[in-house]
Write a protein that binds this ligand. Sequence first.
Ligand SMILES: [Zn+2]
Length: 273
Amino acid sequence: MIIDCPHLIDTHAHLVERRLLPQIGDVLARAREAGIVQVVAIATTAEDSPLVVELASSHPGVFAAVGIHPNDAGEANPTDWDAVVRLAEHSRVVAIGETGLDRHWDRTPFLVQQDYFGRHLDLAYRLDRPVVIHCRECETDILAQLAALRRPVKGILHSFTGDWDQARSFLDLGLHLSFAGMVTFANKALDPLRDAAAKVPLDRLLVETDSPYLTPHPFRGKLNEPARVSLTAARIAELRGISLAEFALATTSNARRLFALLEHDILLSSEAT
Ligand SMILES: [Zn+2]
C-alpha cells in the first residue's frame, strides 16, 4: 500500500453513464491508483438504478444510490417509482437519489418534480438513509420543501454551487454539502462558491466528481472520472489552509459515517486485470 495516498471518497459519480460504463474496470483502477478508496455510484432513472446496484454488487468499494432525477421524473412510468422503492432495500444501496429540483432545464413540470422530491425524502427517512439532492436555480424551493418536513434532514446537497449564506441555510437543516470541480475553475464569478467551500464546518464537508460532468481544472473539456476528485480536494484543502491529508481524513470519515460504509470495503488495485 502507498503510504501517502490521500484516501478520498468520491461521493457522487454517474458510473453507469454510457461513456464510463464500457471502461469501468480501467476507471476504477485509475481511481484506486489516485488514492480513491470508495465511490458512490448515482442513478438517475428507474432503468439505470438496477445497473448501479449491479455495479456496486460486483465491485468492492463501489456503493449505490437509487432514484429518479428531477429532469427524468417527467418521463417516469407509473411503475418506475415502485421499482426504485423495491431496490432501495438492497444491501449495496447506501443512499436515495439523485432527487431534487431544477428550474434550469424545462424537462419536467415543476409540480411533478416536487412530487418526486417528496417521495424520495419520505423513502430516505423511512429507511434511515441519506438523500442525495440536486439543486439547480431552486435554492428557495428546496429550502421550503425541506423546512416543511419540520425535522432535520439526513443527506447531501450535492455539487453545491451557492454562496456562504445559502450554505448556512442548508447546514441549518442538517445537510452535508458536497463540492465538485467548479471550485477549481478560474472564473471570478465562482469566488463566493470558494468562500463557502472554505467556511463549511469540516464535519459537514464532502467531495465528489459528478462524473462524467464538471471535470476539474486543468482537465476541463475532458471526461470526468473518480480519479480526478483529488484535484477538487486539493483546491478546497488549499482554500481552507489545511493539508490534503487532513482534508481527506475528515471528508472520508464524514462520508463513511453518513453512508455507513465499511472501512475495509474498498476499491481493489487489481481492478483492471
Ligand atoms: Zn449527479
